[in-house]
Design a protein around this ligand. Sequence first.
Ligand code: F6P
Length: 327
Amino acid sequence: MKTSIKNIGVFTSGGDSPGMNAAIRAVVRAGIFNNLKVFGIHRGYEGMIDGEIEEMQSLSVSGIIHRGGTILKTARSKRFMTAEGMAMANEQLIKHNINALVAIGGDGTFRGALEFNKHYEIPFIGLPGTIDNDLYGTDFTIGYDTAINTAMEAIDKIRDTADAHNRLFFVEVMGRDAGFIALRCGLATGAEAILLPEVAMSIEQLIEKLESGWKRKKSSSIVIVSEGEEEGGALEVAKKVKEKFNEYDTRVSIIGHIQRGGNPTCMDRVLASRLGVAAVEALLAGKKNVMAGVMHRDVVYTPFEKATKHHMEISPYLTELADILAI
Ligand code: F6P
């Protein structure tokens, strides 16, 4: 399909994720390669409303592929969810003659795009930029690989000190209401138990696991707690376990935003680069309101409605693996 697209806007929105810069770079360079003008929109939908928009050149994205964060900055915009905010954003897009958008973010970003499109006509292509890996339509999101490696390294360090003191650690990792970070990190660090939002495990069942390790003289134990699991996080779980099982000296560690920063891994840089180019190609092919992702090694496009949260399921195979390997 031939399109009339000449000027595209690119922005990052929601929580940042390592690899967003590599994605911006790919969109800018693929756009210029295809004779388009590319505009960087700062601070996501907030900057769109306030007109924080500037044309980008190839040089604008030099030396950023290896950097975490996002040179365009990001925000979670409440104003964009109002009729007034959307009208202001639309005015700014018209003012800069932007006729297509590439949105790098998570489910909230794509929901915003869908809402905007109910009132104003402009094609969006989404790129999955979130550490949570909770979007359907891509095997991995941009930033997930870096985040799990960062968390894994932190947990390895906690294991050293846990072992030295014969302690039980409850380590909380991010992921909002999805357990992908927790599951992978738990597997990679040999955690004794992993608490996920998607899989119910009672405090009694958890204690059973810990007791069995204690009886077999395990010198330390690590429980990975996904921040969205139902007991209410690592502090709460630790408290409840201690009330009934107090054999180990116990500590809690919340890894937090360290998981969101740092230089992206090779996997994230390459994924972001592929998807950035795919986004521009999709716009030129006349696609709209779809997220570009990689599934089984191929680029695929998934409608925003389908890509947003809760369609991506945790692998029962991996949870079973974690159980087998934690005995
Ligand atoms: O979506 C990414 C994420 O890091 C989640 O894992 C986490 O729940 C949330 O963002 C934290 O958001 P904020 O940085 O706004 O506190």
